[in-house]
Write a protein that binds this ligand. Sequence first.
Ligand SMILES: [Fe+2]
Length: 491
Amino acid sequence: MIEGTNILIVDDNNDITCILSDFFLLNDCNVYTAQTGKKAIELIGKENIDVAILDVKLPDINGIALLDTIRIENQTVAIIMMSGYNDHNTIIEAMKKGASDFLLKPFELDKLILVMLRTLRERSLLIENEHIYKSLEDKKKIELLNRELQGKIKELTTTYNISNRFNSLNIYDDIYEKMLDIIFDVLDVKLCRFYFFDNYSKEPVLYKEKKRNNGVAVDSSTFLSEEFLQHLHTPKKYLIRDNQLFLPITIKDEHIGFVLVEKKRNGLEISNHYRDSDVFFLKLIGEKASTQIENRILYESLFDNVFQTLTSLIEAINKRDTYTESHCKRVTATSLLLAEKMSLAGYERDVIKFVGPVHDLGKIGIPDSILLKSGGLTEEEYQIMKSHSIFGEEILSRFVILARESKVIRSHHERYDGKGYPDALSKEDIPVCSRVIAVCDTFDAMTTNRPYRNAMKRQDALNEIERCANGQFDPSMAECFIAMMENDTDD
Ligand SMILES: [Fe+2]
């Protein structure tokens, strides 16, 4: 029934306190008593009180004020008021402030037990309600945390993907084009552009553009005002105008250009066109692109240094054999023309540009007695001469960044039919740049005077190339080369 209940009796009348204590102790309750309001508040703070029975008149505080104070301290303590005065106003005020009942002294103990039972039932409902409310609140909090967590995971995944895509770029990729691709995939934009600042005029020049289907180009005159450009030269600032966002691209504190992105006009307020996450990702993409461009500049500078070193080696050969110098220059020029006619990719043309002048670099390892011999070579001498393609590869392979180029040098004497050297590769197994150089190298050798033979006539040499198509040379390249040379009016 009421056993086990923790009850606090607050009354300055000792007789009443004793009677009530005895009664509740007989009903196996735990009883605490206080003569003053102060003592009562102390016990409420210290003990786990279920029900407090308060007298309205206490020596230090009014019982109604004590009711208020207890409510502030503890919402779940049930409070029963008692008084010797039948004052309606006091009763109404006590009930308004949350008292469970009001007993007029003297009262029957049987009535007290009924009041206690009802009060405990109401309190148990109140506590259960509070638990339900709290668990609902907890559920809402968990849902909110889950949403925040999902947002964070999405943000981290996008950040990782952006970094990963930039890190996987190779040296021949166009960084600006890739940057626009990534912006397009990450942000819901209908158009993005990259502008360079012209070195001399400092005017922006459109370099790349990417549009969604039905994207309409923005009118450049609407944003390239003096004020606007000044803003874009402010370090690390971005600018949002209507549905457009401009982000400067900076390398070592120098503004090399800016990205413009444009979102769909979706009827939102201007400030809602771009979320914080849009700006965050755009800035991240801009920073990653800047780092890649810086690395590319370093790489190219390293590449130039290596090229200078190799050129010095070639000069050493040229001092021994003047033929090699002019021959390499002509082979490079013709190979680049052929590569263009064959529509080879930009990076393949870059490889030819690098390899062409140094493709016979390995001749540095060939003794003068063979390299400069005026008559024909013996079989043994010829075998030594052939090793120049492997020597060339060995020299270049010391530079890790020239792995592709060293393979092209190794294979520049391979034949399409698999009868070349040093690896007897055939058809498409031979690097495409080696196949290009092979045609131009042979043509130039045939049409140049050597100490041991006179140059062939140009047409005879072209006929020879035609005859050797599909044997020594890639047929499509041989055909393209002949057409290219026949259209050349220099002869
Ligand atoms: Fe060669």
